[in-house]
Design a protein around this ligand. Structure first.
Ligand SMILES: Cc1cc2nc3c(=O)[nH]c(=O)nc-3n(C[C@H](O)[C@H](O)[C@H](O)COP(=O)(O)O)c2cc1C
Length: 158
């Protein structure tokens, strides 16, 4: 017995998450990005996080060949960026303020936090792949995070 997809999605929608843009550089040296919410901490020492990438996502192949990625935790005024980077095949970095992190990944301006990670493990997770990264660089801003809850964007209550 297993739960049906609609009920599963409905139940998980009750769990508020932060929204991040995963950035990485593909084999051709091109910047890629995708909106992700399946991102959490794993370990403090070493500092590990995980992110779950859909195996059908355009970025899935490039991530399979990558050794580094970054997570840009969006601020509560950056919902538009989340929408843009959730579009199929999106590589919409033009007009997005950013700089390179020490590991060479694009770090987006105006976010709540930015982490660069060295990939240390990959695990199968159903139709997703669980990618574990050791955080090699992080910075934090005072901007409050964007939240995603029941299919809509929101902000922390003041
Ligand atoms: C708020 C939000 C969170 C998302 N979180 C994830 C995620 O954690 N993992 C994932 O693989 N896709 C996630 N997606 C979906 C991808 O962003 C989207 O399917 C993908 O970018 C579509 O492009 P593609 O067809 O080129 O893969 C999320 C989308 C949104 C709007």
């Amino acid at each position: 017995m297993t739960v049906d997809t609609a009920t599963f999605r409905h139940a998980l929608g009750t769990v508020p998450t932060a929204v991040s843009i995963l950035t990485m550089v593909d084999d051709d040296g091109e910047d890629r990005g995708m909106t992700v919410s399946a991102f959490c901490s794993v370990s403090l020492s070493p500092p590990l996080v995980l992110v779950c990438i859909g195996n059908d996502a355009t970025i899935s192949g490039p991530v399979r060949g990558a050794s580094t990625f970054a997570l840009n935790v969006l601020a509560d005024d950056q919902a538009d960026l989340s929408r843009v980077f959730a579009d199929t095949g999106a590589r919409p970095f033009a007009g997005v303020g950013s700089s390179r992190g020490p590991g060479g990944m694009l770090l987006i301006d105006g976010t709540s936090a930015r982490l660069e990670c060295r990939i240390t493990a990959r695990y199968p997770g159903g139709d997703h792949t669980i990618v574990v990264g050791e955080v090699t660089y992080a910075d934090v801003s005072p901007m409050p995070p964007l939240l995603y809850h029941r299919g809509t964007y929101s902000a922390l209550a003041p």
